[in-house]
Each structure stands twice: as C-alpha cells, then as structure tokens.
Design a protein around this ligand. Structure first.
Ligand code: G3D
Ligand code: MG
Length: 210
C-alpha cells in the first residue's frame, strides 16, 4: 500500500505591494495570469503537489494578500516557513530598495531557527515590460552580498522563468526542512479545504484562505 506520508513545505512570498507576488503564485500553481485578481484580507495560500526525486512534496505557497501594503505582515505568516521568496519589480527601483527591509523583517519577526543560512530566493519580476530600471547586475550584486541568494528574472505575465525559479525554491525549501529540525516535514495531514465554487485546478493546486 502506498505511503500516505508527504512532505509539506511552506514557502512565503514577500515584497512591496504591486510587484507581482499574487500573479507569480497563480502563474506557478494554477497557470493563470489575471488582471482581475482582487486581494483578499489576511493571508492566503495555494497548495501544489510536486514530484521531487520520486516523492510527492506538497508546497504551500503563502501570499500576503494585501497586508504588505501597510507593512503590517502578521508574524504568523512567517511561522514555519521553509523558504522566503523576496519579490521586486524590475521597473520600480523602490521595490528593489525595499528588499533589505523585507529580509530584515522576516529574520527579526519570523525567528527562523538558522537565520544565518535560511534560504531566500529573489525574483526580479515583470521583465516582459520595456521600461526596466533595475539592471540584472545590480540585483545580482545585492544577492551576492547577501550570502549568494539565488536570483531569477521572471514574468508572471508570460511565465518566463517561473517554473525554473520555483524548482530552486522547492529544492532549497526541502534542504532547509530536512536539516532535522523541522518536525512538520513528514506527517499525515488532511486534504486542504477548497473554497469557492469553481475549482480552477485541473492541476493539483488548491486555494485556501484564513
Ligand atoms: P502583488 O500581489 O505583489 O501586490 P499583483 O502584485 O500580482 O497583484 O500584481 C500587481 C500588478 O502587476 C497587476 O496589474 C498585475 O497584473 C501586474 N503584474 C504582475 N506580474 C506581472 C508581470 O510579470 N508582467 C506584467 N506586465 N505585469 C505584471 P494591475 O493592472 O491589476 O494592477
Ligand atoms: Mg497580492
């Protein structure tokens, strides 16, 4: 009989309002890009099942759902995170400058067990737009200065690099979770409750709100 045990990984998206966090999550998990998405209040997450080296990993991708607009991300959002994805908009330099403070906020408020080697991934989003203002080099330099954080340039709109970025996110989250300190890693857990009338997922993505 197949084992019901699965790996549950929690990934959180952080960055200024408008950089494309929700769009990236939707593009990756349910392969849609919609300008119609309306942020809900409170944290919001999607789950997606992915196969990594013959085993099923359930990825919970948490979206701030509007809290970031007021820089008031609830610390419960950070709890138990296995990877923190910092997102900025390559056409908006201020969103790039904010990465430092988002990172600090996570490290201070989130109390990760190993802050010195906690996995971050940086995404420079909206590369489909013409008016880029943050160069690749500038972003890479920043990432290098922060202990070599992996950096991807993405477009949630046309899906450029989204899959590739999430592969790295999953691998790094898995590495973090399997360092022996994450008791959540293997456990039976209930199927997520799907809210809303239309389950858009012919894929394995499901949305929950809390
Ligand atoms: P957020 O969740 O970080 O606040 P959203 O950001 O995902 O809500 O995106 C904010 C706006 O940027 C949305 O447009 C969205 O369609 C757009 N956007 C997100 N990612 C991309 C991208 O890769 N390319 C382009 N061209 N636009 C993107 P609106 O018009 O709804 O504000
Ligand atoms: Mg959003």
């Amino acid at each position: 009989m197949p084992s019901k045990k699965k790996s549950l990984l929690k990934v959180i998206l952080l960055g200024d309002s408008g950089v494309g966090k929700t769009s990236l999550m939707n593009q990756y998990a349910i392969k849609t890009f919609s300008n119609q998405y309306k942020a809900t209040i409170g944290a919001d997450f999607l789950t997606k099942e992915v196969m990594v080296d013959d085993r099923v990993v359930v990825l919970q991708i948490w979206d701030t759902a509007g809290q970031e607009r007021f820089r008031s991300v609830n610390v419960t959002y950070y709890r138990g995170a296995d990877c923190c994805v910092l997102v900025f908009d390559v056409t908006a330099p201020d969103t790039f400058k904010s990465l430092d403070s988002w990172m600090d906020h996570f490290l201070i408020e989130g109390y990760p067990r190993h802050p010195e080697d906690f996995p971050f991934v940086v995404l420079g989003n909206k590369i489909d737009l013409e008016n880029r203002q943050v160069t690749t080099k500038r972003a890479q330099d920043w990432c290098q200065s922060k202990n070599n954080i992996p950096y991807f340039e993405t477009s949630a709109k046309d899906a450029t690099n989204v899959e590739q970025a999430f592969q790295t996110i999953v691998r790094n989250a898995l590495k973090q979770a399997s360092q022996g300190t994450d008791v959540e890693l293997y456990h039976d857990f209930p199927e997520p409750i799907v809210l809303g009338e239309n389950d858009e997922s012919e894929s394995s993505a499901k949305r929950c709100s809390c």
